[in-house]
Design a protein around this ligand. Structure first.
Ligand SMILES: Cc1cc2nc3c(=O)[nH]c(=O)nc-3n(C[C@H](O)[C@H](O)[C@H](O)COP(=O)(O)OP(=O)(O)OC[C@H]3O[C@@H](n4cnc5c(N)ncnc54)[C@H](O)[C@@H]3O)c2cc1C
Length: 372
């Protein structure tokens, strides 16, 4: 089977990997626009406060860590790149979430979300740098983070060496040529026609732009998130920390990612002084000692928002050879591996590992028409 994938963020690359490993010929057309989310994200392998998200999001997210571990073991000998699944655990400092957080694992049988209540003394042992203002916290020891820029490099490197995969970079797809109930070919910006048996759209925050051509409303819009990067000594901060939806994510080499903001400002991927200041204030509030270390970088990315953060995964209802895997909003890195696995199972008509109907474009888009 010959498949064209449009977009090479995490959704496109993992979809390509799943399909190529099953023998499909995969051609990936990509244009890297400023703000690509997969590079910009933090890489937390769990939704922040999972209980605030629909079950459909958590069902995919709970497989993220294990699937990345398997892929890292497979890819690393070929690429030489370790994309660092960093087992730091996560401290949540919001008192309002303690009770629901402690109950969550039991309620949903999700071992990834094992949680402990810590008093200040235990807190000091788990993370000695936390501000004195936090006298207790809940701790999720199983939650890890992945170094997502390296993850993308590793996937790309592996796929570039794969005999079934070809990349077409700086080749944005501009038009879909539809004949009755299928796409006959897609066309690049320069007018090149691209034919395939199946087409997979993984264009992240840019996906809503296809609505008119595809003849349906794809409610996916860009939501900007900014980050700041602080450099501390290696292994200085032992855990991820979260307070009032702001977080700290330590990498193994001592870089700490501080984030993040949420702003609807179109396709603008520029940082602003005010938001950067807010991010740093939130970081210093959690860990005051961070103020003594340099801020070495900042950036912004565009999340592909969807109404409830549930991704659309599956075939389009009216076009038989068009598949989508998009709209992962704040959780595309943790949902990425299970989303791509599901897409592959659907395209190749294999048994699915999760109930596919809850991500079905047909179901979700119908629901949105009914509720809007
Ligand atoms: C600040 C921030 C923090 C985040 N933190 C986390 C986190 O901790 N954990 C987590 O799970 N998720 C996180 N996310 C969310 C996650 O990054 C996204 O959900 C995910 O990366 C979306 O991946 P994607 O492949 O769908 O989109 P993208 O990575 O944006 O990729 C889409 C690609 O398609 C290309 N493209 C678009 N149009 C065309 C076209 N016409 N032709 C060809 N190519 C095209 C784009 O240039 C881009 O390369 C975060 C996001 C941000 C911004």
């Amino acid at each position: 089977m010959n498949i064209v994938i449009i977009g090479a963020g995490i959704s496109g690359l993992l979809s390509a990997l799943e399909l190529a490993e099953q023998g499909c010929q995969v051609n990936i057309y990509n244009q890297t626009y400023a703000g690509q989310a997969s590079w910009a994200g933090g890489g937390i392998l769990s939704p922040m406060y999972p209980w605030r998200y629909p079950r459909a999001v958590n069902l995919l997210a709970q497989h993220g860590k294990a699937l990345y571990q398997t892929w890292n073991e497979k890819l690393q000998p070929v690429t030489g790149i370790d994309f660092e699944i960093h087992e730091t655990g996560m401290l949540i400092l919001d008192e309002t979430d303690f009770e629901v957080g402690l109950n969550y694992k039991t309620q949903f049988q999700d071992p990834m979300q094992h949680c402990e209540y810590l008093q200040r003394e235990q807190l000091d042992q788990v993370n000695p740098h936390l501000s004195e203002q936090f006298q207790h916290a809940i701790y999720f020891p199983e939650i890890a983070n992945v170094r997502n820029p390296r993850l993308l490099q590793s996937l790309r490197n592996y796929l570039e060496q794969h005999p079934k995969v070809q990349f077409f970079d700086q080749m944005p797809i501009q038009k879909f040529h539809i004949q009755q109930d299928k796409i006959e070919y897609v066309e690049t910006e320069t007018g090149q026609k691209v034919y395939a048996d199946q087409f997979v759209v993984t264009t992240g925050a840019w996906s809503g732009l296809w609505s008119a051509q595809l003849g349906l409303e794809l409610p996916v819009r860009p939501v900007q998130g900014q980050m700041a990067l602080i450099k501390t000594p290696a292994h200085w901060l032992p855990t991820m920390c979260m307070n009032r939806v702001m977080y700290l994510i330590p990498r193994m080499d001592g870089h700490i990612i501080c984030g993040s903001s949420m702003q609807e400002c179109g396709f603008n991927a520029e940082t602003s002084d005010q938001i950067q200041q807010n991010i740093l204030e939130a970081a210093y509030e959690m860990v005051p000692e961070l103020a003594q270390f340099p801020v070495v970088q900042n950036w912004a990315g565009l999340r592909p928002s969807s109404p409830e953060g549930i991704p659309y995964i599956g075939q389009l209802p009216h076009l038989h050879n068009v598949w989508i895997n998009l709209g992962h909003f704040r959780n595309g890195l943790c949902m990425g591996p299970a989303s791509a696995q599901l897409l592959r199972q659907l395209i190749l008509k294999q048994p699915t590992s999760v109930d596919s109907t809850i991500y079905s474009p047909e179901q979700l888009l119908k629901l949105e028409v009914m509720t809007s």
